[in-house]
Ligand binder design. Structure first.
Ligand SMILES: *Cc1c(COP(=O)(O)O)cnc(C)c1O
Length: 461
């Protein structure tokens, strides 16, 4: 029974993957159509499993986005490397509970190994704590929980036992361009968002070091600073070395949200851009973005592993992690029972190696530059950002309406898919190249489609 169902799933999976490169990238059905295709009355006795898998695959198809394919440039979404996808299949088949060593020794050892490889690839302190979470949101949350523990402990307060009521106030200093998941993390941590102190950014969306210096000068007591490596719009990276020096002069905890940008550490080509990154106290990253492993896969890294563990465990508050001891994965994340998401990360890193990962990142960055070159040659098009990573911001003519109209046309046309954003108060098209399978031809084809849609929108300059 299991075998024949898996054969069926494999058939459907292969059909999807074969079609993927040429598929209309956006959705092809309305909500009503999807509901009509998928909604059946809940039965008392259930249905034949093979029929259910077929019905699911048929009913969902037109509501699936081609984001795993080569011409999806929306948000910042990677695809799935074949090796990571295969490892992810096995993860489901094995159905391990990755919570503690006893529930899956293999998942524990794999996370230990992946931890070492990641610290090596990112060139971060080799003794840092690493947790495998659902995504960037939980990576930011976990890192900031460790930060909350660390800065309050220095102030003589045990937040895990005593909570925040009556605690010394913590100053929360964030980039004005911080991702919303930073704000949401502050909410979940009991800090709220009203008190966030926002530091000015420059024209690329980078936190200004002089503004941070001014801000910290006025503050006393525990401080957490949230910087960014990889602005979701421009891809810009904050001046990390300077920020780290300023933060540490004030005994502040520096967190870096590097959900996709941290992968720049894995290529020599971007070393200078992410210089000083290693000086921070914590980092958030996504494997499901640029490493191209399936969802859900985020990574949290905390330099002071004792703070990391103390924030995430109920016992052993100041226990140092002892080398050679069995890893209980739950000590580094907010979850208890969970998917063994380390397997896919392990497989991806092992298959690519250092050079393969650097090439994955470099290729995406080159394709982004290619987009900017092709589109920028057209006089009706303005490229709004310095293309330093994998993000390109594009504007058509001088009206928000024109730009939004072109985006909507491109989405409907289906050659590629990308979305809009607001950049410095103006509408912009945002292109993110994050998929391992995107070729130079895909960029040419997509650029042509964009320019075709611009012409159809009546795009004189
Ligand atoms: C994507 C992203 C996040 C959120 O990550 P999720 O995996 O979607 O939870 C946070 N910060 C930045 C900079 C991002 O690009």
């Amino acid at each position: 029974m299991t075998n024949s169902l898996l054969d069926l799933a494999r058939e459907r999976a292969n059909a999807f993957l074969d079609e993927l490169p040429d598929r209309h990238v956006g959705p092809r059905a309305t909500r009503d159509e999807l509901v009509a295709a998928l909604k059946v009355p809940l039965t008392d006795d259930g249905e034949n499993p093979a029929a259910v898998i077929d019905a699911l695959a048929n009913g969902a198809d037109r509501g699936l986005i081609g984001c795993a394919g080569p011409r999806y440039f929306g948000f910042v979404i990677g695809g799935s490397l074949p090796v990571a996808l295969a490892a992810d299949w096995l993860t489901s088949v094995w159905d391990q509970n990755a919570g503690i060593y006893a529930t899956s020794p293999a998942a524990s050892v794999i996370e230990d190994i992946a931890r070492e490889w990641l610290l090596d690839l990112f060139d971060l302190p080799r003794t840092a704590g690493v947790g495998f979470v659902t995504g960037g949101q939980m990576a930011n949350f976990t890192a900031l929980a460790a930060a909350r523990h660390g800065v309050l402990r220095r102030a003589g307060w045990n937040v895990e036992e005593d909570g925040l009521a009556g605690a010394p106030p913590v100053h929360l200093v964030v980039s004005a361009a911080s991702h919303i998941t930073i704000h949401f993390s502050m909410r979940m941590l009991g800090f709220g968002t009203r008190g966030l102190i926002k530091v000015d950014i420059d024209d690329q969306g980078r936190m200004r070091a002089d503004s941070l210096r001014e801000t910290l000068r006025t503050l006393d007591g525990p401080i957490i600073v949230c910087a960014q490596a990889g602005n979701v719009n421009s891809g810009a990276v904050d001046p990390l070395r300077e920020l780290a020096e300023i933060a540490h002069e004030h005994n502040a905890w520096l967190h870096i949200d590097g959900a996709f940008g941290l992968w720049g550490r894995a290529t020599p080509a971007k070393r200078a851009l992410l210089d000083g990154c290693e000086l921070a106290d914590s980092w958030a990253n996504d494997a499901h973005k640029w490493l191209n492993v399936p969802y859900d896969s985020g990574i949290v890294i905390v330099q002071d592993s004792a703070s990391h563990r103390a924030a995430m465990t109920l016992s052993a508050e100041y226990l140092e992690q002892t080398v050679g001891v069995e890893r209980d994965n739950f000590e580094w994340v907010p979850e208890f029972s969970r998917r063994a998401r380390g397997f896919a990360i392990y497989a991806a890193i092992r298959a690519l190696g250092r050079r393969g990962i650097a090439k994955l990142v470099d290729d995406c960055c080159e394709r982004a530059v290619q987009f900017a070159d092709i589109l920028g040659r057209d006089e009706r098009v303005a490229i709004l950002n310095d293309v330093v990573l994998n993000q390109v911001l594009v504007r058509f003519g001088d009206s928000d309406d024109r730009t939004r109209d072109v985006i909507a046309r491109v989405q409907r046309e289906g050659t590629c898919w990308l979305s809009g954003t607001t950049w410095q108060g103006k509408a912009a098209m945002r292109i993110s190249v994050s998929n391992w399978s995107t070729t130079a031809e895909d960029v040419e084809k997509s650029s042509e489609a964009i320019l075709r849609c611009l012409a159809a929108a009546g795009g004189e300059s």
